[in-house]
Ligand binder design. Structure first.
Ligand SMILES: Nc1nc2c(c(=O)[nH]1)N[C@H]1C(S)=C(S)[C@@H](COP(=O)(O)OP(=O)(O)OC[C@H]3O[C@@H](n4cnc5c(=O)[nH]c(N)nc54)[C@H](O)[C@@H]3O)O[C@H]1N2
Ligand SMILES: Nc1nc2c(c(=O)[nH]1)N[C@H]1C(S)=C(S)[C@@H](COP(=O)(O)OP(=O)(O)OC[C@H]3O[C@@H](n4cnc5c(=O)[nH]c(N)nc54)[C@H](O)[C@@H]3O)O[C@H]1N2
Ligand code: SF4
Ligand SMILES: [Mo]
Length: 738
């Protein structure tokens, strides 16, 4: 036994039967051919691989190869629409910097091409050596919300059940952790309750910290289709594209959301806009809320949030009088120092007004990446498969039985969160790291010491489509991965819809589907026998189906990929009885109808807390708050994919711009297009100024797509979700060269 109480592995990596097959077949696994299920000159549909909307795209094949795509008209999700990223989704696959062969760093520090067996042996031997010396939990992995669910599940199984790892988290920590915790505490399960039809059915739509027009353009199109002339309330310090189209824009002081939401609750209670029947039948904890909300009268809230008392009265009346009010939130809430309580304050408003479980209502967290929802349920990082708990012996026994592994293989403690893994490297507890489909060296908060920490690792393995990412550049071993369009599996969208992705292109060179890579790692490690049932993505889907039985995310009614194909995507839950229902009834469904929730007593829970100030304060030296987020609908995160499309590059600025309010720019003599320096207490960067009243005075905005931005951000975290607070730190701006 080792420090972590987990078995330390023995023996060396070897070529198992799979790896030997691979050796005999240069190019590997026949990835060059279009799968038998697709006719060579046909149209086939699959879900987009960028955002969580899950638009269905029709892919046009010629001689078995995808040559074009158009948005599908047969899906209720996107109704024939796609945003620029969807239209351009095939282009990044052809980029010249694709990783086409495994790379291993040589004695001179250079990454050199290697064969798969050598790279896999290098990886496994070094992990085993580290674990033997420092314990099984001294090697961790970081994964993603962007690979198919089947691949995520296989990774979780191979790394934790097969290789003895304990700690593995995902980039979803940067994105969704807050909503996960808020949902579990309030609803009893991590379940976004809505369907996109709710955008069209509401008479009031409240968007908190969400720039839907840019980050989820097709959901925004669904809002535009709403025939009820809805009131659209946008809560965002910036006058975003979304806020410009709103009927009420609450440009609150950054990070004053919790006070604002409590102030709205105060007014709803005072003015008698509480649905007491719903509260009595379907919730617990309202009396504590009523008591706590006394402390948030409009004058106090106005002073804290920078809004006018009339604005507060107006928004409360809009919500109170609305018949079908839906509340939606994204990163302006999740990425804050008190994200979980803020999300729950939104849930409180929906519960106290009875706006949940009916068409056009809901407390609705919008997810980010194409498969964030698959990661939340099946990646075996934070929770055990299908929303189970690693610490619950019954849950472990159930999973061991279904998956067919000895129960001792399943860790009995949850993983460290991403920030704790990074801290583990700092403390010398984590010596090896395997990074899959995330670009930490650009996207993680406060990069100041991350690069140095990554360099300190005894082993960094990076598995990515591209060899040029900031993280791959620092790796000892790079494993070349196939991307979206080059492999099979399923994604789960924001509205819980399971959709198919397919291999419609050959991966370049020796790149392999992540699924194949995980199988080869297991083979080389010597634990492939444990995963014999996990033979291909559809077989794994079958295992996940079994794991979902009786859980709120039950999908036992989906018998296989053909069902998903025929329906164009199926929302969970979907049980055997759903198969008998008319398709129109199951096409678009929401949760919690009848006011029942998956808590032990069937009731939703109100949660309240004391608002606290963000950790890093502005002062005379650093007088401005830095907000960060998405820059345009044509840029995706760290730009490894979207920057490869000439069309998408035309749709966004070619240089980094910082948005500065005229009142802040004037005294500094800054005009649009001037080169400026943005400095935080940790680092500085150069950018062009864009002087604009869309940012509030006292704040500046930088898009997250430039690697320099996270050298400025300040590492503070929500205490309950450990999600980084990317949207608040103190900076100064000054002109350069004058
Ligand atoms: N084009 C494009 N689309 C994407 C992505 C992408 O990279 N590019 N990424 C996808 C992913 S993974 C995600 S998670 C989503 C993110 O989708 P969003 O969350 O909508 O995008 P962000 O721009 O990060 O943040 C939303 C807004 O939060 C605001 N904000 C900042 N601080 C506060 C605050 O204190 N209070 C409030 N109320 N608002 C605040 C910002 O001004 C910003 O307009 O987008 C998804 N879609
Ligand atoms: N300042 C600031 N920072 C932020 C945010 C912010 O708002 N502000 N937002 C945060 C959020 S919400 C998110 S989700 C993160 C995103 O941060 P990241 O996850 O780092 O962003 P991506 O650029 O999407 O990185 C995905 C990586 O996976 C690779 N990849 C794509 N498909 C595949 C595949 O199929 N297999 C493999 N093996 N690799 C693949 C891509 O080439 C890329 O290198 O950023 C966070 N960082
Ligand atoms: S809205 Fe999202 S899912 Fe739809 S095409 Fe654009 S990136 Fe793809
Ligand atoms: Mo995200």
């Amino acid at each position: 036994m080792t420090r972590g109480g987990r078995r330390a592995p023995a023996g060396r990596g070897r070529d198992g039967p799979l790896t030997r097959d691979l050796l005999r077949t240069p190019g590997g696994f026949g990835l060059g051919q279009v799968p038998a299920r697709l006719a060579p000159d046909a149209l086939t549909s699959m879900v987009c691989g960028f955002c969580s909307t899950g638009c269905l795209l029709d892919v046009h094949l010629r001689d078995g190869r995808a040559v074009n795509l158009t948005p599908s008209t047969r899906s209720p999700v996107n109704l024939g629409m796609a945003c620029p990223k969807g239209w351009e989704a095939l282009t990044p696959l052809d980029a010249p910097d694709r990783a086409t062969t495994p790379l291993v760093r040589d004695g001179h520090g250079r990454l050199q091409p290697a064969g798969w067996p050598d790279a896999l042996r290098e990886m496994c031997d070094r992990i085993k050596a580290i674990q033997a010396a420092h314990g099984a939990d001294s090697v961790a992995f970081l994964s993603t919300g962007q690979i198919p669910t089947e691949e995520m599940a296989l990774l979780g199984a191979v790394a934790k059940l097969g290789m003895g790892m304990v700690h593995g988290d995902g980039n979803t920590r940067q994105c969704m952790a807050t909503s996960v915790v808020a949902h579990k505490e309030a609803f009893g399960f991590d379940a976004p309750p809505y369907t996109y039809a709710d955008f069209e059915a509401s008479d009031v739509i409240v968007l908190v910290g969400s720039n839907l027009a840019i980050a989820h353009p097709i959901m925004w199109e669904r809002v535009a289709r709403n025939p009820h002339r809805p009131e659209i309330v946008v809560v965002d310090p910036r006058r975003t594209e979304t806020a410009m189209a709103a009927t009420q824009h609450l440009a609150l002081r950054p990070k004053s959301d919790l006070v604002l939401l409590y102030g709205i609750a105060h007014l709803l209670i005072e003015r008698g806009w509480v649905d007491h029947d719903f509260v009595a039948a379907s919730t617990t904890g309202f009396e504590a809320v009523r008591e706590a909300m006394r402390a948030y009268p409009p004058d106090v809230v106005a002073a804290e949030s920078g809004l006018a008392v009339e604005q507060l009265e107006h928004v409360a009346a809009t919500i109170g009088r609305g018949e079908r009010v839906s509340f939606w939130w994204t990163m302006g809430v999740n990425q804050s120092h008190q994200g979980v309580r803020t999300a729950q304050a939104i849930i409180n408003l929906a519960l106290m007004t009875g706006n949940i479980g009916r068409p056009g209502t809901g407390a609705n967290s919008i997810t980010g990446q194409c498969n964030a929802m698959g990661s939340r349920l099946y990646s075996a990082t934070t929770s055990l498969f299908a929303g189970r708990d690693f610490t619950d012996p019954d849950h472990r026994a159930e999973v061991a039985r279904i998956v067919g592994v000895p129960v001792e293989c399943i860790p009995d403690r949850p993983s460290w969160s991403y920030d704790r893994i990074v801290e583990g490297i700092h403390r010398g507890e984590i010596k090896g790291l395997w990074v899959i489909a995330t670009n930490s060296a650009h996207s993680w908060i406060n990069q100041t010491d991350l690069h140095e920490l990554l360099d300190r690792l005894d082993l960094l393995v990076v598995q990515d489509m591209y060899r040029t990412t900031e993280t791959a550049q620092r790796a000892h071993v790079v494993l070349p991965a196939a991307g979206w369009g080059e492999k099979d599996g399923t994604f789960i969208s924001s509205e819980r819809r399971v959709g198919l992705v397919k291999r419609v292109r050959a991966a370049p060179g020796q790149a392999l589907a992540d699924f194949a890579i995980f199988k080869l790692v297991a083979d080389t490690w010597g634990c492939a026998d444990l995963f014999r049932r996990w033979s291909d993505p559809e077989a794994v889907f079958g295992i996940l189906r079994e794991l979902s039985a009786g859980r709120p995310c039950d999908m036992t009614g989906i018998h296989g990929y053909d069902d998903i194909e025929a329906a164009g995507g199926i929302q969970w839950p979907y049980v055997a009885a759903d198969r008998e229902r008319p398709a129109a009834e199951t096409a678009e469904r929401r949760l919690f109808a009848g006011g029942r929730f998956p808590t032990p007593d069937g009731r939703a829970r109100f949660v309240v807390d004391e608002p606290v100030a963000p950790v890093e304060r502005v002062d005379a030296q650093y007088p401005l708050v830095l907000l960060t987020g998405r820059g345009s609908s044509s840029q995706w995160h760290t730009q490894t994919r979207t920057a490869k499309s000439p069309t998408l590059r035309l749709l966004h600025p070619s240089e980094l711009h910082v948005e500065v309010h005229p009142d802040d720019a004037a005294p500094l003599g800054i005009e649009s297009h001037d080169e400026v320096e943005v400095r935080s207490r940790r680092a500085h960067l150069r950018a062009r100024a864009f002087v604009t009243p869309t940012v509030p005075p006292g704040s500046v905005f930088l898009p997250m797509h430039d690697p320099a931005v996270n050298r400025l951000t300040f590492a503070s975290f929500d205490p309950h979700s450990r999600q980084p607070s990317y949207k608040h730190c103190a900076v100064a701006v000054r002109p350069v060269g004058r």
